[in-house]
Structures are given as C-alpha cells and as structure tokens.
Design a protein around this ligand. Sequence first.
Ligand SMILES: *[C@@H]1O[C@H](CO)[C@@H](O)[C@H](O)[C@H]1NC(C)=O
Ligand SMILES: *[C@@H]1O[C@H](CO)[C@@H](O)[C@H](O)[C@H]1NC(C)=O
Ligand SMILES: *[C@@H]1O[C@H](CO)[C@@H](O)[C@H](O)[C@H]1NC(C)=O
Ligand SMILES: *[C@@H]1O[C@H](CO)[C@@H](O)[C@H](O)[C@H]1NC(C)=O
Ligand SMILES: *[C@@H]1O[C@H](CO)[C@@H](O)[C@H](O)[C@H]1NC(C)=O
Ligand SMILES: *[C@@H]1O[C@H](CO)[C@@H](O)[C@H](O)[C@H]1NC(C)=O
Ligand SMILES: *[C@@H]1O[C@H](CO)[C@@H](O)[C@H](O)[C@H]1NC(C)=O
Ligand SMILES: *[C@@H]1O[C@H](CO)[C@@H](O)[C@H](O)[C@H]1NC(C)=O
Ligand SMILES: *[C@@H]1O[C@H](CO)[C@@H](O)[C@H](O)[C@H]1NC(C)=O
Ligand SMILES: *[C@@H]1O[C@H](CO)[C@@H](O)[C@H](O)[C@H]1NC(C)=O
Ligand SMILES: *[C@@H]1O[C@H](CO)[C@@H](O)[C@H](O)[C@H]1NC(C)=O
Ligand SMILES: *[C@@H]1O[C@H](CO)[C@@H](O)[C@H](O)[C@H]1NC(C)=O
Length: 460
Amino acid sequence: MPKQKKIPIEDLVVPPQNTKICGTICMCQMTAVLSCVALVYLSVAIYMPYMRAFQSGMATDPIMCTTTRAVTTDSCDWGSCGEWCLSKTSGSCVQIYVNLRRNGSNIHLVNCTNTANKTCYGIDQENAKKYRCIADECRNLTGTFNCTLGMCINITDAFECIFKNVDPPLKCSGRRGKINCIEMDGLQNCNRGTCERIRTPYNCDRRCLDIPTRNKNSILLSGDKVYLSQCQRAFVTGTDVELWNESQNNILMMSCYNIENTSVGTIDAIDCINGTLLDKSTLSDLTNFTYLSYLSVTNTKLMDETRTVAPPEIDLLIANESKLLINMEGCVNTLRDECKEFLREYGKDGTDHNARGRFPCFYAEQNVEIVVARFDLEVTYREFVLASTVPSVLFVVSCFTLVMCQRTVEVGDDSKMRIKKFSTVLAAAVKNGNGSKKHDDGADGDNGGGGGGEAAAMAL
Ligand SMILES: *[C@@H]1O[C@H](CO)[C@@H](O)[C@H](O)[C@H]1NC(C)=O
Ligand SMILES: *[C@@H]1O[C@H](CO)[C@@H](O)[C@H](O)[C@H]1NC(C)=O
Ligand SMILES: *[C@@H]1O[C@H](CO)[C@@H](O)[C@H](O)[C@H]1NC(C)=O
Ligand SMILES: *[C@@H]1O[C@H](CO)[C@@H](O)[C@H](O)[C@H]1NC(C)=O
Ligand SMILES: *[C@@H]1O[C@H](CO)[C@@H](O)[C@H](O)[C@H]1NC(C)=O
Ligand SMILES: *[C@@H]1O[C@H](CO)[C@@H](O)[C@H](O)[C@H]1NC(C)=O
Ligand SMILES: *[C@@H]1O[C@H](CO)[C@@H](O)[C@H](O)[C@H]1NC(C)=O
Ligand SMILES: *[C@@H]1O[C@H](CO)[C@@H](O)[C@H](O)[C@H]1NC(C)=O
Ligand SMILES: *[C@@H]1O[C@H](CO)[C@@H](O)[C@H](O)[C@H]1NC(C)=O
Ligand SMILES: *[C@@H]1O[C@H](CO)[C@@H](O)[C@H](O)[C@H]1NC(C)=O
Ligand SMILES: *[C@@H]1O[C@H](CO)[C@@H](O)[C@H](O)[C@H]1NC(C)=O
Ligand SMILES: *[C@@H]1O[C@H](CO)[C@@H](O)[C@H](O)[C@H]1NC(C)=O
C-alpha cells in the first residue's frame, strides 16, 4: 500500500501549486489581455466617435427641427438609426428628413384666467380597442372603422372621412357574420354590423371637436395639444417688451414647442412661431382642431409686424431637407430597440394626421445637410476619459504585477512556485525537517513544501 501511495506522487510532472501565486499570475495575464482587447475595441467604439464629435464643429446648443418626411427605403446609403454600429445594416432603413430652423421666441402670458387645454390625439394604433371579427365582435359595428384582416378600430370620434364610392356591403351580423367579415380590410363605413368598404380616394381629417373658444383670447398650439386662455398681456420671456394686450380685442394665436406653468395665472411658452392675430368674430363658442390648424397656417395678420418675435416659420428656416441622424454615427449599440422608439417619435411626418415631430437638434454651421438628435460633448468627453484611463491603468498595473512576479517568484527543486525571499529559508527548513508539522510521519517530502508554501502565501 505505501508503495502504491508513493508512486503517483512521484509521477506527477507538475506538483500541486500554491494557488495564490498561480491565481495572481493568471489574473494578471487575463487582465492584461482583456484590457488590451478593450483598448482596441474602445478605439473603435469611443475614441473615433470622440474625435469625430470634436472635429465636427457642432454647436453645443441645439436649435429646432421639424420632420418633413420619413421614408423607408431599400437602397440605404444612409439611415437615421441603425441598431448595431460595427456592421452596416442590411435590408431596409428609415430616412428622416427635417427642416432646420432657428429657435422661435419664448413668450410669457400674464394674468390668465379660464385656462383650458385639449389634446387631440389621432388614433393610437397600439392601444385602441380592437374588434376581432373572428370572435364575432363585428356584429354591432356602427361608425367608421379601420380594419386590417378582420381586426377593426373605431375611428369615428377621431376622424371625419369624406368619400364618394363604396364597395357592396358585407353583413357581419347574423350566423354567417364571422365568416363574411373574417378578412375585412381597409376603411369601413358600418351600420349595425353591415359594413361597406370605402374606396379610394377618400379624405379623413382629424375631428377633435368641441374645443371651447368662448371668452378665450390666447390660443397656443403645441403638437397635438391646444391651450386656450383669457390673458391680459403677452411679453417676451425675461423682458418687459409688451407684445400684445387684451385691449386690442383680438385673438392671439401661436404655434409653440412646449408650454409650461399654466397654473398660477401665467403661461410660459417656448419656441413660439407663426404668431398671428385673429379677429374675435372668427371663432364662436366651439371650434374643431382641423379648423384651428387651418387658421394658424392661413392667417396672415402677423402679431409682430417687424417679424422679430414669433415670426413665420419661413423666416427662421436655415435648411430644408436636412438628414436627421440619431447621433454622430447614426447608430446605437444598446440593443434595446432604441431605434424603434426613436423612429416612432422623430419620424412623425404628419401623414397619419398627427402633428409632425418637432424637437431640438444639433447642427454644424458648415454642414447644414446633416443634423443630429443626440449630441453631448461633455458626456462624450467623460466617456472618452473613462474609456481611456480604466483599461490603460488596468493594463499597466497587471503588467507591473507580472514583472514583479517574474522577479520574486522562482520555481524550486520540487518544481513548485514560491516567493524567492522565503524560498531559501524554507528550503533550508525542509532540509532540517523544520517548518513541517508532521515530520514524525516522515513519509513524503511534500509536507515541508506544502507548509513552506503556506508560510509564503501568508507572507504574501
Ligand atoms: C432652442 O430651443 C431649445 C429647446 O427649447 C433649447 O434647448 C436651446 O437651448 C435653444 N437654443 C438657442 C440657441 O437658444
Ligand atoms: C393682473 O391683474 C390684476 C388685476 O386685474 C392687476 O392688479 C395686476 O397688476 C395684473 N398683473 C399683471 C402682471 O399685469
Ligand atoms: C390640462 O387640463 C387638465 C384638466 O382639463 C389639467 O388637469 C392639466 O393639468 C392641464 N395640463 C396642462 C399642461 O396644463
Ligand atoms: C348590439 O346592439 C343591440 C342594439 O343596438 C344591443 O341590444 C346588443 O346588446 C348589442 N350587442 C353587442 C354584442 O354589443
Ligand atoms: C364607435 O364610435 C362611435 C362614436 O363614439 C359610437 O357611436 C359607436 O357606437 C362606436 N362603435 C362601437 C362598435 O363601439
Ligand atoms: C388605418 O390603419 C392602417 C394600418 O393600421 C394605417 O396605416 C392607416 O393610416 C389607418 N388609417 C386611418 C385613417 O387611420
Ligand atoms: C395695449 O396695446 C396698445 C397697442 O399695442 C397700446 O396702445 C396700449 O397702450 C396697450 N394698453 C396697455 C394697458 O398697455
Ligand atoms: C413655474 O413657475 C414657478 C413660479 O411661478 C417657477 O418657480 C418654476 O420654475 C416654473 N417652472 C417652469 C418649468 O417654468
Ligand atoms: C370645423 O369647424 C368649421 C368651422 O367652424 C366647420 O366648417 C367644419 O365643418 C367643422 N368640421 C367638423 C368635422 O366638424
Ligand atoms: C407656420 O406657418 C406656415 C405657413 O404660414 C406653415 O407652413 C407651417 O406649417 C406653420 N408651422 C407650424 C409649426 O404650424
Ligand atoms: C428648399 O429651399 C430651397 C431654397 O431655399 C427652395 O428652392 C426649395 O424649393 C425648398 N424645398 C422645399 C421642399 O421646400
Ligand atoms: C528549527 O528552526 C528554528 C528557527 O527557525 C531553530 O531554532 C531550530 O533549531 C530548528 N530546528 C532544527 C531541528 O533544526
């Protein structure tokens, strides 16, 4: 038995090593390699974008963009948002074109009473109640419906559709109703389960009825929202330049990017353009959104005759048909469907009868062809500093440790690694049968080495 026990130990080419020394060397090598790889990867992912951002000449203060077109195309020489930067996106891509213009005016309205707001959403395709014909939910449909393959959404309240021709009616009620309407498609005009498909051309306009205009003299449009109020004066924010007061006895109308602080009798509107004055007689007690939008675009009596405060949009225009990119690279690496969200929000070009996208964007004066939705030089700089220091420091530290190991660790006669300083002492100790716990056993010389290793490790 003792013979058998001895042989395998002697047969070991590499005896069990001190795990702490091995671990340290292993960790350092891994860190060195990984930080090297990180440096190479980051030079693509961070340093190059950083250099490009700095050389781009982009202004750090944004101005405004309005989406004019969002086109899905198969020939992608550029795309507004790609999902992964390291490879060129294949397949189709979305290209968003915007109008680039200087900021409008910030307007401060005071002593406002009767403030009201109304949001005129079109149809939110995702959240609207869907009638599934296959489940016999179409048997009572009344009104105008937008159907896709037997799935219908009530658009009666949101849209007013004008049309001439319809297809022959389909009966969705009754026993065979499910089968009849299982593939119902397109715009349908329904009356108690009997639906007629509306033929093109038709024109559906946003309805948003019942906007209260009684006793209101300030109307601010902001995207799909309307703010109405009865105010006494209007100023340019932060100044006491009076633009308008209620004694003029007309209605002030503007299109603004955002409206804040409607509560305390004041309204702060930012980036207002197309400021016009309407005659009081134009509006009665109630109006509809389509009409208001129409007035805001066609009315020509400017609020500020000098065209400096809230001027017509055309006066502020820097470029039409600029290409919009999500950031300098036109792509994101987050893999969190960020592009989908981005395209949904910024790609609103008004074809679904909702308001167009309007948002701050960044541009370089020497190249107005390209604008960028996200640009933050400070964050880019911080990322750059972080991305360059962390791997470099790790690399230097691990290399330094490796060099230190090379200097201090030696392989003993028993082909074990240990720290040099102690190893001479320990070797002597082993020889003397000293430093071993169980030398009465006297069987294997391994015990001494193990103990020595432990001592070295503790010293480490
Ligand atoms: C333009 O308006 C945006 C949005 O309100 C604002 O962030 C930006 O600072 C403004 N730019 C200038 C140059 O005033
Ligand atoms: C608001 O109206 C009150 C009374 O009508 C008036 O005393 C006050 O000066 C007005 N405030 C402003 C900022 O015009
Ligand atoms: C819009 O009006 C509703 C009530 O009609 C009010 O609760 C809400 O705070 C208003 N929103 C703004 C931004 O003024
Ligand atoms: C359909 O309409 C009729 C009357 O218009 C009503 O009695 C019935 O409950 C409705 N059915 C469904 C499923 O809504
Ligand atoms: C669709 O909306 C209109 C208007 O609100 C309503 O009269 C009609 O009953 C609705 N139809 C269904 C099936 O909900
Ligand atoms: C009807 O639905 C389709 C697809 O869901 C959409 O593209 C279209 O704009 C809708 N039409 C109206 C008038 O809402
Ligand atoms: C209101 O505006 C008119 C013309 O813009 C001006 O003549 C008048 O003095 C203003 N009224 C007040 C109370 O400021
Ligand atoms: C709203 O008004 C209050 C005081 O009138 C002010 O302290 C606050 O900063 C304003 N908020 C915004 C978002 O303008
Ligand atoms: C909107 O208002 C205008 C003018 O008041 C009117 O001619 C038009 O018919 C209205 N549209 C709808 C859908 O009610
Ligand atoms: C401003 O008015 C012009 C025409 O006068 C119109 O084309 C543009 O859409 C309007 N802008 C907004 C944001 O309503
Ligand atoms: C863009 O602007 C140019 C010159 O400013 C003009 O000739 C062109 O018609 C404009 N294009 C559109 C689509 O507005
Ligand atoms: C063991 O080492 C100690 C000091 O490290 C020494 O005093 C002692 O004499 C040694 N024992 C033998 C047997 O050499």
